[in-house]
Design a protein around this ligand. Sequence first.
Ligand code: GRF
Length: 193
Amino acid sequence: MKRILALASGRGSNFQALCDASKKGILRADIVGLGVSRLGTGAAQIAMSAGIPVLIQPSDQAIIDFFREERVDALVLAGYMKILSSELIEALRGKDGHSRIVNIHPSLLPAFPGMNAYWQAYNAGVPETGVTVHLVEREVDTGPVLDQKSFRIDDLRSVEEVEARGLEIEHGLYARAIDRFINEGKLDVTRTH
Ligand code: GRF
């Protein structure tokens, strides 16, 4: 069974979805730890009640040590608000040269990188937006795309509706994309953006 370390800063709905998918066997991996940028967040509560070890404000070195000692296969970001250093990205890079860090971003990258991407799309008046699962490279919100899914927003009446629809999609897409990446090595390296 593959092993995952997650990092999350907030509410933790994606982290919860990954825990559920792991239990159901949709994500064929054990979540062996969660790093948080502070305690008292939704994600930290979810991990503690599931008996998953929590690392509080882990340094790069603490993440690297955990990765090696616990034989972790992938570092998964689930709403982590800290930008990862290039040293960390390089230290975890796989022998095949690919990043072993996965992120979910709430837009169809390369459109709307950065913060509040659902809000950015809603305000721009685009008819559709989406969700992207990608490997993390040094430039923020770049890196090979593992999966993307779009949805229409021209019939939605508030940014809250856009976010609710988007999160529903995120929760299904993320677990499946991580599963394919770590268990089947499915990565089309030509599809960078
Ligand atoms: C999600 O929209 C995710 O795409 C983005 O941050 C948000 C985290 O939400 N990276 P949650 O904490 O998983 O509920």
